[in-house]
Design a binder for this molecule. Structure first.
Ligand code: NAD
Ligand code: DAU
Length: 366
């Protein structure tokens, strides 16, 4: 998917860019919205349907900025998306809107096909039509950054890493839907020359993550004295990246990446799930001891495994580091400790979610 070096257009000179961010009320999307609007001063149009996973309080700190606009729509709604492109004339799209939870995709895959595949297709079509309408000088600078996952590459054994050339072998309905979306994005570059860039990132953690994902699930269960549900034997391995480092990586790819290219993003922090849970317990033991010599570790409870549970993910981000100069800014231990402190200090954020979220075990495929 490479294009000649002299065709590269670096957007970093273009201060005052307007970015259409889809899924900006979600976990990663809200970090990207905060980073681009508050830290970089870009114009941001946040397009989000506000599903169970969307939460406008996650972008509350920027919602009054003059360079921030919210559009409450579904990315599958072509008429609405067409109108948004024409009304706001964005210089780039960062596409994050998705159904993102593997366990939910096992219980009910249909919304994953709808949003992740049809929604991405709709967005690509609207972007293409808008892009064709731009003057040539603006058209060269336009970017469509499609945010995807390392799960499209399937599962690793004990050795090796995913690279940008790894074969696609999606295993869960979620991964299959993201893989399909990646192929559409790639095809829109090759067929229509829409300046698409794809990123495939490893597991994110950090503030504002919906409490269905592993790390917030464990933190909140521990705070409530409930069992910590570790799937299977707890030896599955994930590669963890702090969400703010992901946002910084997306900035780097948007401003310096080459259309048609794929960039893997990873945290260089592989941990077994059980190691992560034990680390959470250790931090909590030091911050808010349970008393009577009890440890949060006593709450660890092994539960039936996720069907088709991928054993290991590990991402080589050498291309992003060597070609674009990005690197993760914090260690996993530092980031985990900061994340736990954030959940302790922002109880109102997750307690308001708990009022509408039952927290029951999902993904057993029953
Ligand atoms: P999330 O579930 O926290 O947020 C998804 C957001 O998309 C929500 O605000 C939701 O309201 C919105 N949305 C869903 N369907 C929509 C639709 N049809 N139209 C408009 N908005 C819609 O997800 P996340 O964890 O922040 O992930 C964001 C993106 O990053 C996804 O594309 C995901 O595949 C990818 N990704 C996530 C991770 C991770 O570890 N969480 C890692 C790599 C890649
Ligand atoms: O790798 C990137 C992917 O990471 C993203 O594309 C997905 O959107 C994101 O949800 C995440 O997928 P995972 O399935 O890896 O994340 P999750 O937090 O659901 O689970 C992490 C690991 O922890 C996984 O091996 C399953 C395990 N787990 C999960 C939960 C919710 C548990 O042991 N107990 C739990 O309660």
């Amino acid at each position: 998917m490479a294009i000649a070096l002299d065709q590269r257009v670096h957007l970093s000179q273009s201060i005052g860019m307007k970015i259409l961010i889809t899924g900006g009320a979600g976990f990663i999307g809200s970090a990207v919205v905060r980073h681009f609007s508050r830290d970089c001063g870009f114009g941001v149009i946040n397009l989000d349907k506000l599903t169970y996973a969307g939460n406008l309080s996650s972008v509350g700190s920027v919602s009054n900025l003059p360079n921030y606009i919210f559009e409450h729509h579904d990315i599958c709604d072509k008429a609405a998306v067409d109108r948004i492109f024409r009304a706001h004339t964005p210089d780039a799209v960062i596409h994050l809107a998705a159904e993102s939870h593997v366990d939910r995709s096992i219980d009910g895959p249909a919304p994953f096909l709808e949003t992740n595949v049809k929604g991405t297709f709709t967005l690509l079509e609207c972007a293409r039509s808008y892009w064709y309408s731009l003057p040539v000088s603006t058209r060269d600078k336009f970017r469509f950054l499609h945010v995807s996952t390392d799960e499209v590459y399937g599962a690793l054994g004990a050795e090796g890493q995913f690279t940008e050339n790894s074969q696609y072998r999606p295993n869960s309905p979620y991964a299959a839907s993201k893989a399909a979306a990646d192929h559409f994005a790639r095809a829109w570059y090759h067929t229509y020359e829409l300046p698409v860039i794809v990123t495939n990132c490893s597991n994110n953690y950090g503030p504002f993550q919906f409490p269905e994902k592993m790390i917030p699930t464990m933190i909140l269960a521990a705070l409530e004295g409930q069992q910590l549900p570790v799937y299977g034997d707890g030896k599955n391995i994930r590669d963890w990246l702090h969400v703010q480092d992901h946002a910084a990586a997306l900035y780097c790819v948007l401003t310096k990446g080459v259309p048609g290219e794929v960039y893997n993003i990873g945290g260089e922090a592989e941990r077994q799930n059980i190691e992560v849970v034990e680390s959470i317990c250790e931090v909590l033991d030091s911050l808010i001891p349970r008393g009577s010599f009890a440890s949060y570790r006593d709450l660890i409870h092994f539960v039936p495994d996720r069907p088709g549970h991928d054993y290991r993910y590990s991402v080589s981000c050498d291309k992003l580091k060597n070609e674009l100069g990005w690197t993760p800014s914090r260690s996993f231990e530092e980031g985990l400790s900061q994340t736990i402190s954030w959940y302790l200090e922002n109880r109102h954020w997750w307690q308001s979610i708990q009022k509408r979220y039952d927290g029951r075990r999902r993904g057993l495929g029953q």
